[in-house]
Design a protein. Structure first.
Length: 108
């Protein structure tokens, strides 16, 4: 019997690119079908929930959230904390997070 070789492990940057591609191709953010937020989205609610200091993200337009995260990541939009947080998300992760908050609608 011929033995098959295992595929080489992906590096962290390559894995991030694969995840970004997969999230871009999915019709909805990862976890949305089950009602769970995509990775990274839960951290947003510490500052962006209803009644929180920075106002809620839930119900905001997806394009608005994506643009804001891109501007924070690039430094085009000044911030004390969000620029560092946004740099931790890939473009695909940012789109998934934005889609999630846009689809769940405003908090009551």
């Amino acid at each position: 019997m011929r033995r098959m070789r295992a595929a080489p492990a992906l590096s962290a940057p390559a894995l991030a690119r694969v995840a970004a591609l997969a999230s871009a191709l999915l019709p909805c953010p990862a976890g949305a079908v089950e009602g769970r937020p995509p990775p990274g989205a839960a951290a947003c609610t510490g500052c962006h929930a209803a009644g929180a200091a920075m106002g809620p993200l839930a119900g905001r337009p997806e394009a608005e959230i994506v643009a804001a995260l891109a501007d924070y990541r690039s430094g085009a939009r000044p911030a004390s904390v969000m620029n560092r947080i946004a740099k931790g998300f890939t473009e695909g992760e940012s789109r998934a997070i934005a889609a999630y908050f846009a689809q769940i609608g405003p908090e009551r």
